[in-house]
Write a protein that binds this ligand. Sequence first.
Ligand SMILES: Nc1nc2c(c(=O)[nH]1)N(C=O)[C@@H](CNc1ccc(C(=O)N[C@@H](CCC(=O)O)C(=O)O)cc1)CN2
Ligand SMILES: Nc1nc2c(ncn2[C@@H]2O[C@H](COP(=O)(O)OP(=O)(O)OP(=O)(O)O)[C@@H](O)[C@H]2O)c(=O)[nH]1
Ligand SMILES: [Mg+2]
Length: 455
Amino acid sequence: MTPPAARDTIAAIATAPGAGGVGIVRLSGSRSREIAQTIAARELQPRHAHYVRFRDDAGDTIDDGIALYFAAPASYTGEDVVELQAHGGPALLEELLARACALGARRARPGEFSERAFLEGRLDLAQAEAVADLIAAGDARAARAARRALDGEFSRRVEALAADLLAIRVHVEAAIDFADEPLDTLGGAALRTRFAAASTSLDDLLAAAERGRRLRDGLHAVIVGPPNAGKSSLLNALAGSERAIVTDIAGTTRDLLHETVRLDGVELTLVDTAGLRDGGDAIEREGMRRARGELTRADLAIVVIDARDPHIGLASVADAIIDVPARLFVYNKIDLLESDYDSPGPADIGGENRVFVSAQTGAGLDALHARLRALAQGDAADAAEGAFTARSRHVDALLRAREELDDARAQLDHEMLDLAAEALRQAHEALGEITGRVRADDLLGHIFSSFCIGK
Ligand SMILES: Nc1nc2c(c(=O)[nH]1)N(C=O)[C@@H](CNc1ccc(C(=O)N[C@@H](CCC(=O)O)C(=O)O)cc1)CN2
Ligand SMILES: Nc1nc2c(ncn2[C@@H]2O[C@H](COP(=O)(O)OP(=O)(O)OP(=O)(O)O)[C@@H](O)[C@H]2O)c(=O)[nH]1
Ligand SMILES: [Mg+2]
């Protein structure tokens, strides 16, 4: 960790680019106060809103505004921070920033204020990421969930689990010193109970983080089906614009086409894909390969089939969607049906999870909207349960912890304590990557303080 004194003073326009009512130039670092006092031509008291004139090097007024000084460590970054709150004009804010830099500040890199808050221990890594997620949140639900992550709800659960794993590691490391005795005489039963509890917590946390990842990124829905079923037509109908090329030639779509749509303030990503079938030319086969790859990341498969003969080409689709968590079957082209489409009889694919539409006439699209909204809001219930946002990075770390923990359990069953200890260490480290806080010396401290090794 870089000691605060070795860090330079950074400055940036903290408000959004473009014109606004008010714009803020923010400084952080040991020279912030001195630089701001030169610009404001007066002394600044901590946590006082001073009404001042911001002056250039000749003493001419750049703007009038509010100067706000936060003395370290009581600031967002934990360093000395000053805000120069001016009118929100891009040209004058740039001039104010240039003036701060002429007096010794440096332009901040993206995220550098939050990085300093992390380095100063005011936020952990997951919380710092939550700041970015809060700012980027596309709807109120995602914003609330990011806010909870920023308040440490995710981090606290990770750290509680890390503490459980630490206790288990301490126990196993201690037992290694008595390796000639069977584990059962060394508290093996208690160890297994602890293990089972930690394993359950990890599963719960993994499920919560996966929901959190979906909350952050929105529902990822992939449109699949046989060629010519009307997948691209459906994407266009849902997006409300002619995004994808539609023709009556089977095999029109080859590339993946992503489109973000909002349904009543809930964001979801739709992906159009190449129709799945056997054969096709090299380009079409590459398109199908991409479609299958995209399905591995899908939360929902929207399976588009021709309502006139829903079974056509379904075999190639069925195996591609096997691992997708949810499916919705869209019977398309109902405008071409002669009989009542609500009673498809033997062609009963999808059961409850089916809707009947015409991408061309728009019939049934309201019902499809409602189904998609309900699926996206399946997660909305989480909001009430205190859901938090998470990222793929966190889910990956938890999955690694899951693997290592399973491995450790298997090694323990074989009384291979060294291997179990190593797997536990890896699991513990994977968790530590999430918050960026867990350190090797924590473990040493715990071992020495709770056991009398060498006695
Ligand atoms: N004008 C302004 N508004 C802002 C920010 C900012 O930097 N400036 N923030 C930037 O992201 C967010 C608020 N984050 C902040 C976090 C901590 C402190 C702070 O001074 N903390 C001290 C004092 C706490 C207290 O008085 O209770 C501390 O924690 O010790 C300030 C802003 C949103 N609004
Ligand atoms: N009558 C009718 N025609 C439709 C409907 N939806 C799509 N079509 C037609 O069906 C043909 C294929 O539509 P696309 O949207 O390109 O189908 P696709 O599934 O994307 O096809 P590929 O990209 O080749 O896999 C086009 O001629 C569309 O105009 C519908 O609801 N009713
Ligand atoms: Mg298409």
